[in-house]
Write a protein that binds this ligand. Structure first.
Ligand code: ATP
Length: 261
């Protein structure tokens, strides 16, 4: 079974397709980077897999079923793009991550000791074990980002879709996150990671898909894409001889740590 299978997929909002003509098959256990410049459609592609953007045409299958089927619930982990948890919710780290575990149990589930252990493990995995009881709002942006990663990990998903998990996360935390993802990948979880910074995750992600104007412009080894588009630039088959363009985000403060690595 393929974890992800798109055929002629058109995905967008309302009746406007942002992503179109996309054929993409991701096998179980693969670790794939989704690269591309700002606004190219990476997030829309990822959201399409979650049923959060509209499939306007073609086929989008996730874990063997058309997207949006209830049986997928809990089998797919998602770290959304916005890097902070809403400050309006006075929840603790334990509570937010616990929600990830609830998704696995279903709407009437209760967290059992094994579930609480999974929550603690996930929080420890992202290096926040000492903040379990703290309000999420008291954490830094990068730490909140890691809480969202832990929330996804707690569900022990078969497919983990992450949208810029390293954005706004400092170098040490990026390395820790890479180690966590390596572990998760080693257990057979399929990873699909939208990112502008491949350096931190280069040891984990092996394949890259470069999205350009809503279409796939490159699909192959990460090393081949990273040389040109790894930092969010367009893929130029002939190469330009210029350094890759930097992705620039207006909506997310971020710490760029991959320079020189
Ligand atoms: N909710 C929405 N409704 C309508 N259009 C949207 C919505 N979200 C994104 N778009 C449009 O889809 C296009 C692609 O956006 P998307 O967020 O998928 O790109 P991206 O590659 O993830 O960019 P970035 O790297 O900046 O996050 C943009 O033109 C954007 O304006």
């Amino acid at each position: 079974m393929s974890a992800v299978r798109l055929r002629g997929a058109r995905i967008g909002y309302g009746d406007v397709a942002v992503v179109q003509g996309v054929d993409l098959t991701v096998a179980d256990g693969e670790a794939v980077a989704v690269l591309g410049s700002n606004g190219s459609g990476k997030t829309t592609l990822a959201r399409g897999l979650l049923g959060l953007a509209t499939v306007l045409g073609g086929e989008v299958e996730v874990l063997g079923a058309p997207v949006g089927r209830p049986r997928e619930r809990g089998r797919i982990g998602y770290v959304p793009q916005r890097h902070t948890v809403s400050g309006a919710v006075p929840a603790t780290v334990r509570e937010v991550v616990g929600v990830g575990r609830l998704a696995r149990l279903g709407p009437f589930g209760r967290l059992r000791p094994a579930d609480r252990a999974a929550v603690q493990d996930a929080v420890a995995a992202v290096g926040l074990a000492d903040r379990l009881g703290d309000p999420v709002a008291s954490l830094s942006g990068g730490q909140q980002r890691r809480v969202l990663v832990a929330r996804a990990l707690a569900a022990e998903p078969e497919l983990l879709v992450m949208d810029e998990p390293t954005a706004g996360v400092d170098a040490a935390s990026q390395d820790a996150l890479a180690a966590v993802l390596a572990d998760v990948s080693a257990t057979g979880t399929t990873l699909l990671v939208v990112t502008h910074e491949t350096a931190a995750l280069a040891g984990v992600l092996t394949r890259a898909v470069v999205v350009d104007h809503g279409r796939i412009a490159y699909d192959g080894p990460l090393a081949g894409a990273a040389a040109d588009a790894g930092a969010g630039g367009h893929h130029h088959p002939e190469g330009t001889g210029l350094p890759p363009s930097r992705g620039y985000r207006q909506d997310q403060p971020r710490v760029t740590t991959d320079g020189g690595r």
